[in-house]
Design a protein around this ligand. Structure first.
Ligand SMILES: Cc1cc2nc3c(=O)[nH]c(=O)nc-3n(C[C@H](O)[C@H](O)[C@H](O)COP(=O)(O)OP(=O)(O)OC[C@H]3O[C@@H](n4cnc5c(N)ncnc54)[C@H](O)[C@@H]3O)c2cc1C
Length: 259
């Protein structure tokens, strides 16, 4: 079984992010890391291949400046190899452009299954996976908490507000994985050393046959019009216990749909 995982490499969220004041684009010039959202897809893919008793996990990413830092982390977890699409003409590419680029790269790879995160954690739209499936004309299932593949059918427990739905579709298919549903493995020292030698194929737009006017700033249909500071965090509500505090807390958690 061949599983491809879409892996976004993002600026380290532990560092203060910075916007380019002329474009309002997130600066991505420094080292990028594996988006934690995608570590769940990588883990899920590795478990599926292990359960199938064979196959391999390949990664695909689009990132500026030939960045492979996040890919090396996923390779150290156990993925076999990776494809990176990097081209200066991609600066300013929006979500649709990203999906066009990733689907062009994936179409060369003949997967049984493609996994992606439900949404990334830096400048997320939560739309890229389904647009990739649309471009590749394949079925897509979102919000997976559990995935099984039997023959040419993929069976998914799809998370809902009330629990989950069982859904299935034929392969090849794209499934987006909900964050937190598996425990991503830590790369071992051996894995980290092996990852240094694993093959990362770097492609540009010419190699994919994509006209630069279809992507980048010129091809983008998304624009950052305004940037405002996030609302300051409000003080929490203090519940004074007069014998009914537990009821108030249960009511509060109910409103948040946590219970
Ligand atoms: C204003 C602007 C400027 C940008 N500039 C650049 C740039 O200079 N260079 C550049 O390369 N990109 C650039 N991008 C593209 C950007 O980094 C994202 O890839 C794109 O916007 C989609 O991300 P998202 O967070 O909305 O995806 P979502 O739909 O929230 O992501 C869901 C899942 O899709 C997959 N996915 C999303 N993006 C990628 C990716 N890039 N690679 C692999 N998998 C992915 C991941 O599995 C992710 O978990 C820019 C985007 C914008 C809006």
């Amino acid at each position: 079984m061949k599983v491809i995982v879409c892996v976004k490499q993002i600026p380290d969220p532990a560092l203060p992010g910075e916007l380019d004041p002329s474009t309002n684009y997130l600066k991505r010039d420094d080292k990028l890391i594996l988006d934690e959202s995608d570590s769940y897809g990588v883990e899920m893919a590795l478990q599926l291949v292990e359960a199938a008793g064979g196959g391999d996990v390949s990664l695909v990413s689009m990132a500026p400046n030939g960045e492979v830092g996040g890919l090396r982390t996923a390779l150290a977890m156990g993925a076999e190899d990776a494809v990176l699409v990097s081209d200066s003409a991609l600066a300013g590419t929006d979500a649709l452009g990203t999906a066009k680029v990733l689907s062009a790269a994936i179409s060369r790879m003949s997967p049984d299954l493609i996994l992606a995160g439900v949404e990334s954690s830096d400048g997320y739209t939560g739309t890229v996976p389904e647009m990739i499936a649309g471009a590749l004309n394949m079925p897509s299932i979102t919000f997976a908490k559990q995935i099984r593949v039997e023959g040419s059918t993929v069976m998914v427990q799809r998370q809902t507000e009330a629990g989950y739905d069982d859904v299935e579709c034929p392969t090849p298919a794209l499934v987006s994985v909900t964050a937190g549903v598996v425990e991503p493995r830590y790369p071992s020292f051996k894995g980290i050393m092996a990852a240094k030698k694993k093959h990362v194929e770097e492609l540009d737009l010419d190699a994919l046959g994509i006209d630069s006017s279809a992507v980048g700033k010129d091809g983008a249909r998304q624009e950052t019009i305004r940037v405002t500071d996030a609302e300051a965090r409000q003080a929490g509500e203090v519940v004074e216990d007069q014998g009914d505090a537990h009821e108030k807390i249960i009511e509060f958690l109910g409103e948040l749909k946590v219970i």
